[in-house]
Design a protein around this ligand. Structure first.
Ligand code: HEC
Length: 107
């Protein structure tokens, strides 16, 4: 039992500190299918309510920055920032990193 706990603490620290080196790899395709598709399309190819950018045309850097700002609650580009903040609450920084790398490959 204590082994399990220390494993969890260990991998948690990894996820926080070292992102892509984490033991529990993020699966961006699964996250999109489960969480983003409804609003942004299966390939992130839709503009939500014809207001947002088509996310798969943005660069990795832009996607990552936007997602981190939504998570922090500091971005409200089209006055719907709270919608994205709620989405980001479920994601780790590692998930965000993985999504930012993956999404531009979908276009
Ligand atoms: C419930 C609908 C909804 C879901 C689900 C959703 N989003 Fe969004 N997304 C929005 C809205 C609304 C905005 C615009 C927010 C604002 O006003 O700044 C947005 C904006 C964005 C932007 C910035 C686009 C721009 O125009 O600059 C990115 C990047 C993004 N979302 C990524 C994601 C990712 C990745 C997921 C899945 C983890 C996701 N979103 C899930 C509704 C959603």
């Amino acid at each position: 039992m204590s082994k399990v706990v220390s494993y969890c603490v260990f991998s948690g620290l990894f996820a926080l500190g070292l992102g892509s080196l984490s033991l529990a790899a993020s699966d961006p395709a699964a996250i999109i299918a489960k969480q983003c598709k409804t609003c942004h399309g299966a390939k992130m190819e839709k503009s939500y309510l014809n207001k947002t950018a088509v996310v798969n045309t943005l660069s990795s850097e832009e996607i990552k920055k936007d997602m981190l700002e939504y998570k922090a609650g500091t971005l409200n580009r089209y006055k719907m920032g709270s919608t994205m903040k709620a989405q980001m609450a479920k994601l780790s920084e590692e998930d965000i990193e993985a999504l930012a790398k993956y999404i531009p490959t979908l276009k």
